[in-house]
Design a protein around this ligand. Sequence first.
Ligand SMILES: Nc1ncnc2c1ncn2[C@@H]1O[C@H](COP(=O)(O)OP(=O)(O)OP(=O)(O)O)[C@@H](O)[C@H]1O
Ligand SMILES: [Mg+2]
Length: 259
Amino acid sequence: MNDTTVENILEVQGVVMAFGGLMALFKPDFKVKRGTIKAIIGPNGAGKTTLFNIITGFFPPTEGTVRFKGRSIKKLKTHEIASRGISRTFQTIELFGNMTVLENVMLGCHTRVPTSFMVSGLRLPGAKRKEEEMRERAVKILKFIGLADKFEEPADNLPLGEQKMLEIGRALATEPELICLDEPAAGLNETETYVASSLIKAINAKGITVLLVEHDMKVIMNISDEIVVLNYGQKIAEGTPEAIRDNPKVIEAYLGSEA
Ligand SMILES: Nc1ncnc2c1ncn2[C@@H]1O[C@H](COP(=O)(O)OP(=O)(O)OP(=O)(O)O)[C@@H](O)[C@H]1O
Ligand SMILES: [Mg+2]
């Protein structure tokens, strides 16, 4: 089967993740259609980040399979999964604070070379041409994410909203087919949230499939094609934003978590 003929770019099937006695995930089966925005929501501790960690190879699931473009990626390492076409951002900002905005994106350009090599490699004369290519790609991305005038700023100097955009920029640098965004709007004000939502839609309009974890319901309802709802590691609902909004099980899960 040719990669581009696989309608579901991602399939999560029978995945169980146990941390000691804690069942962080228990078979939340779902599929992600190529070219769509799929959201994963659920109360704190529902297993959303754990699911991302499994999809991106940070740890293998206790049981079950993850298929990307029709092939299992369960046994692959993080950099192998990245080079197959999945990238991610983290719930907490993971930028290199003293490095410039441009350097942070350039570091994302390579999926095969460890970061320590990249940092020294950038300064070797032999790596000059590679560096030029990476710079061009990074510049394009920075224009796309709206940070064209911040190239030389240390990442630490950016406001939170721009740091979150930069994280997304770094994830785009690997030229992913699927991007997993873990709470891209967390901590952002209304304007920044609007910018983040617009950027996610623009990424999707380029043909990149988006898997989105987010607590901001306005963002979720506005931009998702489909939503999966997790609670205590299990899938309690799946459907369009309209269907999820009025689902009594979903409302109960959220009210329960606030109580
Ligand atoms: N590496 C780990 N070791 C042990 N327990 C973990 C580990 N990672 C996550 N957990 C536990 O698994 C459960 C799910 O956590 P996870 O971070 O996936 O939730 P989440 O849905 O992302 O929550 P939040 O909305 O607060 O980010 C929690 O009970 C958490 O404490
Ligand atoms: Mg989380």
